[in-house]
Structures are given as structure tokens and as C-alpha cells.
Design a protein around this ligand. Structure first.
Ligand code: FAD
Length: 477
């Protein structure tokens, strides 16, 4: 990825057009307060720091529609933003009008009988979970940034998170959308139906579109029964293949009760134990690989019974040699911390090339072995940390600077080193972005691997909806 493409700029906007936009906005619907604007221009890790001629804060879909119509008429580019937690830079404007959905926070409807809730785009994921809980239902999407990430953002990035194994990715949790299209028209697609075979399922286009096909203003989301028991365990393995074998058994034998199956290599775990306070070895022995497993059931004792049965049989067959089942919520949280603190623990060790990859589960163990060899051959001493949602065929395959190596020299090798990882992913029929999208960061690189026919079809859809290419013009193809 060239630096220029990641920071591509838009044309300046004429003052009279800015004045026209402001004239259709109500009180509080735009801001020129430098502190408020600045906070939205920097990506949370400081990788992208952008600029905007105007921060628009619409309160209603109709108000936003008026702004977008003016932008479309004059060919002015727009970047939509939710919680600004995205990891590939798509939410940061470089000259685009910045539309933040933070004031669109109305709960439009909660309908337990339909198992749906209709929420506006600026509501956070954590708030959405609480709204569902209050209605006696469960909204299963969960990820570490949920206190800040918004409904509009998680839909636009088709986020995954920790419960994909059971409930699917965000795409599987959306039954309808309301979207302001690039020409300002409003797509009224807030259906609550499970079944609707009346032509193209248009909402799917906007899910995972990273703000390139329109601005999501509200969504109808699917609700699920609340689980009455949960059981969390950590298991040690001699090989990553054995962890994947246990996963296959767990899915089959629990009848689909597995909610999470997270893999951790010993090196990553050792960094957590070294760099994060109040963490402890989860098992007596040390193993090359660990899995954190969470099982949930509607039956009040169901999860524990399933977990004990599963691990008991795996011990007997010598698939596993050591495991610990959390005895209470505090211990379960401590196990989850070992997984969730991997990124923070890694950061203490210095620069890293991060990869968010997926390959078919049946080839994952082989991929990781080959990948480790390829990285060692490319940069001897590089430290590999592999961890993540292996239940979904997705791992973070991160490479940390070798001890004693100059950071700049390491960073200069980033593109070449990542190509080693991603070429192998391609060879294994995988994806170079399993969860985080392409944004500004990975689009050029994705062109090396994506089927040219698929890229051409995406460009055709985009051109049809946004012939002036005003929506997030430097994001995606
Ligand atoms: P933003 O960051 O504001 O925007 C993200 C993209 O969506 C941008 O391209 C933006 O233009 C577009 N967008 C935002 N709102 C709208 C809208 N209303 N309409 C149209 N386009 C819009 N992701 C996972 O999949 N799984 C994980 O486990 C996971 N864990 C994470 C953990 C941490 C600590 C962090 C910081 C991030 C993690 N992510 C994860 C990344 C995740 O994709 C984002 O956190 C989230 O989905 C983005 O939501 P947001 O509201 O912050 O969107």
C-alpha cells in the first residue's frame, strides 16, 4: 500500500457551498468547535490524522438527506463516522465533509414478539445489548470496542467479534436498514421480516460497504433468546491441529452451543503474563497452544454439563492433556482477559506488522506452520504472535520486531513482510481482511488478490449508486 493512497486528499470545498449546507441544518447539527472536531479527526492509535471543512451532526434522517443532496449536486465528498474505532482508516476524512452519526440515537422500536429492535445508527453496541436485555432478549454481537463502536459502524464494517461461531457476523444479525443514498434519496428498508423474496436483498449491499454506498441511519436488528448458563474453559494442546479437532467435536457434541473458540499461542500468552498486571498462568503445565472455549445453553445447568462431557471425552481420547473450567464469573473473566489483553501485551514489545487473516479451518494449522517458517526465513528472529477467533477460521497473525532490531529498519520491511504473509493466505484460499475491512489501508493491497471480476462488479454497483463518487471516495475499489 503506497502512503499516498492511504492519505489521498479531496478537493477543497467552496465557502458558498459550506454556507448552503449550514443553512439547511438545525441548531447543534454542525460544529465548528475545534476541540470537538479535532477529536474526530484522529484515528485512535494515531495512524491517521485528517482534516475536514465541516463537521455535520444530523439529528434526523431527513436533515441528513438535505445535506447529502447538496453535496451530490456540487460533487462534494463525504466521510461517514460512527464511534471512530475502525482499524483501517475509513472513518477519517482528508478534506471530505465529516458526517458523524453521534446525535442519531433514538430507539425507534423494540418488538420481542418479532425478535427485532429498530435502533438509530449512533447508538453504541453496548447500549444495543442493554436495550435487548431489558426486553428479555439477547443481542449477541460483542467486541472489545463495544462501548464506543456504533450500530452504523459495526454494520458498515460487517464486524465479527466473539460470538460469530454461533450467531454469525453482523450481516446475519440485520433484518432491515434505512440508508441515505449518495444522491440524498432515502432507502426505506427497515423491514422486520425473516422472509421477503421480492427481488434483490438490497440491504446486503450496504452491510460491509464501509460507507461507500450511502449513510446508514437506522437498522432493524435480530434478537435471540437469553442463555441461562455459560461455561468458560481454557485447554492446552500440543499442536494447533488438535485445538481445531476439538473445535469440530465441540460443535457436534454440544449441538451448536459453542459461542466462542479462541486460539492463543504460547508466545502470545507469555507476553500477556509478562506485560499485563494481575494475570496468572491458567494451567499447571505450559503448552504450545491454548484455546479459550465458551459454551452457553438455555438450560440452567446445560452449559456446565456440556463442557464437562466434552472435555472428559477429549481427555480419554488423549486429544487434550490439561484443561481448567472456570468455577465462577470472576475466573471466567480472568480467562477472557488472557485472550483480550493480547494486543496490549504485544504493544509493550515494540513495533509489529499486524495481519487479520482467514483461511478455511481445515487448512488453518498447516497455514500457521508454513506462515511461521516463511516469516523466520524472511526475517530471522521475528517474533510471531498468532491468536484470535479460530472458530471462524480467523486469526491475527502478527509479527513483532526481533529483539534488538532498529524500529525504523523493521518498519521499512513492513510491506514486503506483510506480502509474505498475505501471499501465503492467498495460496491457502483465504482473505487478507477477515474482520476489519479494507478502508484506506488495505485497498491497494487487496487488488493483488481479489478476483478482477468481483472488483469490476463492485465498481459497477458503486458507479450506479454514486456516479459522482462522493461517498468515502478513497475507501474500497
Ligand atoms: P467507525 O470507526 O466510525 O467507522 C468505520 C467505517 O464505517 C468507516 O469506513 C466509516 O466511514 C463507516 N461508517 C461508520 N458509520 C457509518 C454509517 N452510519 N453509515 C455508513 N458508513 C459508516 N472488529 C471486528 O470485526 N471484530 C472484533 O473483534 C473487533 N475488535 C475490535 C477491538 C478494538 C479494541 C477495536 C478498537 C476495534 C475492533 N474491531 C473489531 C474493529 C471494528 O470494525 C470497529 O470497532 C467497529 O465495527 C466500527 O464501528 P465504529 O462505530 O467505531 O465505526
Amino acid at each position: 500500500m503506497t502512503a499516498a493512497a492511504q492519505f489521498a486528499e479531496c478537493q477543497p470545498v467552496a465557502p458558498e457551498i459550506l454556507a448552503k449546507i449550514k443553512s439547511v441544518l438545525g441548531e447543534g447539527s454542525y460544529s465548528e468547535d475545534s476541540l470537538r472536531v479535532e477529536a474526530k479527526l484522529t484515528e485512535w492509535r494515531g495512524k491517521w490524522k485528517g482534516h475536514t471543512p465541516l463537521l455535520v451532526l444530523p439529528k434526523t434522517t431527513e436533515e441528513l438527506s438535505k445535506v447529502v443532496k447538496i453535496c451530490y449536486e456540487h460533487g462534494v465528498a463525504i466521510t461517514p463516522q460512527g464511534g471512530n474505532t475502525g482499524l483501517v482508516g475509513g472513518q477519517i476524512p482528508f478534506g471530505e465533509i465529516l458526517v458523524s452519526l453521534e446525535r442519531m440515537r433514538t430507539i425507534r422500536d423494540v418488538a420481542p414478539t418479532d425478535d427485532t429492535m429498530v435502533l438509530e445508527a449512533g447508538i453504541t453496541l453496548l447500549e444495543a445489548q442493554t436495550i435487548a436485555e431489558k426486553a428479555g432478549r439477547h443481542f449477541p454481537l460483542s467486541l472489545a470496542a463495544e462501548g464506543t463502536a456504533t450500530i452504523g459502524g459495526v454494520i458498515s464494517t460487517n464486524a465479527g467479534g466473539t460470538a460469530v461461531l454461533r450467531y454469525g457476523v453482523t450481516r446475519d444479525l440485520v433484518s432491515g436498514l434505512e440508508v441515505v443514498l449518495p444522491n440524498g434519496d432515502i432507502f426505506h428498508g427497515l423491514k422486520r421480516l425473516r422472509k421477503d423474496n421480492t427481488g434483490y436483498d438490497l440491504k446486503q449491499m450496504f452491510i460491509g460497504a464501509e460507507g461507500t454506498l450511502g449513510i446508514i441511519t437506522a437498522a432493524s436488528l435480530k434478537l435471540f433468546p437469553v442463555m441461562n448458563s455459560r461455561s468458560v474453559a481454557i485447554v492446552g494442546f500440543e499442536t494447533s491441529q488438535k485445538a481445531i479437532d476439538l473445535l469440530a467435536r465441540a460443535k457436534q457434541e454440544t449441538g451448536g452451543q459453542v459461542e466462542a473458540f479462541e486460539l492463543m499461542g504460547r508466545y502470545g500468552l507469555s507476553l500477556v503474563l509478562k506485560n499485563i498486571p494481575d494475570t496468572r498462568e491458567p494451567l499447571e503445565g505450559e503448552y504450545p497452544w491454548y484455546a479459550l472455549i465458551e459454551v452457553a445453553s438455555g438450560d440452567p445447568d446445560g452449559a456446565e454439563t456440556s463442557m464437562e462431557r466434552l472435555l472428559g471425552a477429549a481427555f480419554e481420547e488423549e486429544l487434550i492433556f490439561d484443561a481448567a473450567i472456570a468455577q465462577n464469573e470472576t475466573q471466567a473473566a480472568a480467562f477472557w482477559r488472557l485472550r483480550e489483553e493480547h494486543s496490549a501485551a504485544e504493544k509493550v514489545e515494540g513495533a509489529a506488522w499486524k495481519h487479520d487473516i482467514s483461511v478455511p479451518l481445515s487448512r488453518m494449522a498447516e497455514y500457521m506452520e508454513e506462515g511461521a517458517k516463511a516469516i523466520e526465513a524472511f526475517l530471522p528472529g521475528a517474533r510471531l504472535v498468532a491468536f484470535g477467533h479460530v472458530g471462524d477460521g480467523n486469526v491475527h497473525f502478527n509479527v513483532i520486531v526481533p529483539e534488538g532490531m532498529d524500529t525504523k529498519a523493521f518498519n521499512d520491511l513492513r510491506d514486503e513482510g506483510s506480502k509474505v504473509v498475505h501471499d501465503l493466505v492467498h495460496q491457502y484460499e483465504g482473505s487478507i481482511s477477515a474482520e476489519h475491512g479494507l478502508g484506506r489501508m488495505k485497498t491497494q493491497e487487496a487488488l493483488l488478490y481479489k478476483d478482477p471480476t468481483a472488483v469490476a462488479a463492485m465498481r459497477a454497483v458503486r458507479l450506479a449508486l454514486d456516479p459522482k463518487r462522493i461517498m468515502n471516495p478513497h475507501v474500497l475499489f
